[in-house]
Design a protein around this ligand. Structure first.
Ligand SMILES: C[S@@+](CC[C@H](N)C(=O)[O-])C[C@H]1O[C@@H](n2cnc3c(N)ncnc32)[C@H](O)[C@@H]1O
Length: 272
């Protein structure tokens, strides 16, 4: 299995991971500015999904290729494009073995995909292979935990409670996908540097998340909406979901509505 296909998430991905209005466009503009992309830039997104990141680029007329294991996820993006093909090309394939020639793209974009693939080093090697001289790899990551000193967001509170419950149930790391490097792991930077890149880290933008409550976030764990829940055996998941419900009922304010701050951070690898 080359990675974790999001076929099963297609019906709720945009509702649960989508950005508030305007954020995806600001993200596009921040990437364009950081990479100084021209209108003629050729972009590849590895793990394009439903086009959460891709759509504003495509609508602005960029040449954009998306690769994903999940035809169903890309089907959502096709629907959003509604026959307006622009310069978008969607390919069902494995990002560890890109069905693309060497040295074609000015930038390769990856958002929340490296923790899902079987071999993230091979995925970065492939991204490097398809870059033109002077090209860049952008790893972007939604950071929803707030800044140091902020009160924990509902998402963080529930994540911590869920993790403690899985500890109580002695769930092994491979069933909770603890081992895979997430977000902008230091190991990604080290590997990109071994490929000869100069790596920079920056915050691309900040925004307010969609309204959320402890109860609404817990529901997502109970309904297995996050890929971290997909490897759990059904009986373990059912037990963990019940324990999480008890934790919600004992929470002092599970229905308080929060719109926590979030930011999108990036690691940009450039070859000069
Ligand atoms: C969390 S989603 C992110 C989608 C998009 N980048 C975004 O930020 O909304 C990860 C996507 O990577 C895809 N994926 C996982 N492993 C893959 C692989 N080896 N090759 C291609 N796509 C893969 C999944 O099917 C899913 O659509």
């Amino acid at each position: 299995m080359p990675g974790i296909s999001f076929d099963r998430a297609v019906d709720y991905y945009d509702a649960t991971r989508g950005y508030p209005p305007g954020v995806a466009e600001r993200l596009r503009d921040a990437i364009v500015a950081a990479l100084r992309l021209t209108r003629h830039a050729r972009l590849l997104e590895a793990g394009v999904g439903t086009g959460r990141i891709a759509l504003p680029f495509i609508e602005a007329g960029y040449f954009y290729v998306g690769v994903d294991l999940s035809r169903r996820m890309m089907g959502q993006l096709r629907q959003k494009l509604n026959g307006r093909t622009h310069q978008a090309h969607l390919i069902c394939g494995d990002v560890m073995r890109l069905p693309l020639s060497d040295a074609v793209f000015d930038a390769v974009v990856m958002v929340h995909v490296l923790h899902l693939v079987e071999d993230w080093r091979q995925t970065l090697n492939e991204a490097r292979r398809v870059l033109r001289p002077g090209g860049a790899i952008v790893l972007a990551s939604d950071e929803r935990d707030g800044q140091d000193g902020d009160p924990p967001t509902p998402r963080t509170q529930v994540q911590n409670a869920w993790s403690a419950i899985l500890d109580e149930l002695n769930v092994p790391p491979e069933q909770r996908r603890d081992g895979a490097p997430h977000s902008l792991d230091e190991r990604f930077q080290e590997h990109l540097q071994t490929l000869g890149a100069v790596v920079e880290r920056l915050t691309l933008l900040t925004y307010r998340q969609h309204p959320q409550t402890v109860r609404s976030v817990a529901r997502r764990y109970q309904d297995r909406m996050y890929s971290s829940c997909w490897m759990l055996p059904d009986d373990i998941h059912a037990e963990a979901a019940q324990r999480l419900q008890r934790w919600v009922e004992n929470h002092p304010d599970p229905d308080a509505v929060h719109e926590p701050p979030a930011r999108i951070d990036a690691m940009i690898a450039r070859w000069y």
